[in-house]
Ligand binder design. Sequence first.
Ligand code: HC1
Ligand code: SF4
Length: 575
Amino acid sequence: MVKLTINNREVEAPEGSTILEAARLNGIQIPTLCFLKDLTGTGACRVCNVEVKGARSLCAACVYPINEGMVVYTNSKKALDARRTVVELIVSNHSKNCLQCIRNNNCELQRLAQQVGIREEAFKGEHTAPHFDEVSPGVVRDTSKCVLCGRCVAACEKIQGLGCLNYINRGFKTTVGPVFNKSLAEVNCMQCGQCINVCPVGALHEKEEIHEVIDALNDPTKHVIVQTAPAIRAGLGEEFGLPIGTKVTGRMVTALKLLGFDRVYDTNYAADLTIMEEGYEFLNRVQHGGVLPMITSCSPGWINYAEKEYPDLLNHLSSCKSPHMMFGAILKSYYAQQKGIDPKDIYVVSIMPCVAKKGEKGRRENLTNGLQDVDAVLTTRELGRLIKMYGIDFVDLVDSEFDQDMFGEYSGAGVIFGTSGGVMEAALRTVAEVLAKHELKNIDYTAVRGVEGLKEATLNIAGLEVKVAVAHSMSIAKPLLDDIRAGKSPYHFIEIMGCPGGCINGGGMPIVSAQIRNSGLNYKQKRSEALYTEDSECKVRKSHENTQIQELYKNFLKEPNSELAHELLHTHYSK
Ligand code: HC1
Ligand code: SF4
């Protein structure tokens, strides 16, 4: 341990710590803007300037290492003045239309300006020429708000290994964007939205569809159905100040009913349907010499990546559409028939933790009889905004149940789809039982659980050795894909999700502030636990035991992977 003095207090911190880490460890907060634990730490913004006795100038606490006997003042007049000037300079080049900004009241620059005591516009003058890009299906980039912190640059590079964003130009013209300031639609952006989640301001955000949904809700000719992804219940509460990991399933359903949706269903039902289709597809590939390893296909960010980066491996991807798209296809076929509604009058809204789902819904490969399976996708954050717009007091709502007719049942397997490893575990619960031909008691595949790193397992299923792997984010998936390409992958089945931790950390989930991220709280784990808790409480925990799924096959689809199932529930990919 190293002994030093911060603000006249003797403190200790492990060798190799920065001043920022040592201070935080001892309960002393130094404001930052560009710093994000495990992602950045370059001293780019200089907000964390502190005075170090004997040093010739102020030091950036996030990069300056501590040493024995060091004397630091985080709040000397010199440090406070410098910090305020740095923030004033950042604010001077920031479009200050806070009232219209999507991040109003949830903006780190707003908080920082308040914290350092900015009361007037200190530097007036020219602004760097702004650039507004809303061409890609899900992500909007507005450089007039960008503070050049580099957090999005690090997210794209380190999490996805893509490097779609970087600093461009020099000096006053410096901005952050794709090469040559192209649109995100023109580069290899997978639309994961991880850059949005780390942006401290409103420079990156999802393309909003709230007003299209409000129009549909007010159109008497439309039968408007909403479905909610598994991860929403584990995050929506955060939009209303509830602690991370609070499960709000019942309150969410009540809110959706108050918003006026004609039916409120859970995508979990369709996750069970996906397992039937995907599980049998896997069995088929194993038993008939099909292409292995088979890779899951429910994460559209991953699909975008695969199409652009590994087009030669597309035959490894399951042909299954993702659960919410399957649900949309069933609603506009079977449900429409049963209820006597013209499919054109059914408007399906998916509440998703994901930004890439906004693009997935419009893919031409996913059209059924010329219609989109899903008409609008709102992120968890957008649903939060919609609920606030309607003046609904979310925290005090009582619980309600999803509509039960036709698609109201779901298994615990469907719930855990929303966290990394969940799709694999759900599939194994069904595949193992189909192969074993009898009921299996141990259905908790804990080896594939967890929100960090690559997970692998070798399972003996009815005498068959099955090797599986679970990867979330492309930096983890890439080595697996390179092995497949090189013909040396040992696996039979791989789950790949675009976002680290899976959908519970999707690009449409509530923003987790730098303060919380830097505190070391494992917010992904907290959200994930909410889903495993719901799984353990479910009476039915295997997709094939969902009786309403059994009825759907009996009355409509006939059997998994039938011709009709293929027509409605499967897709293909484009090179
Ligand atoms: Fe997901 Fe899925 S689990 S992709 O991770 O397969 O987004 O939550 O909705 O469709 O069910 C996301 C979550 C989600 C689909 C399901
Ligand atoms: Fe990179 Fe994902 Fe952002 Fe695209 S959406 S720029 S892939 S982090």
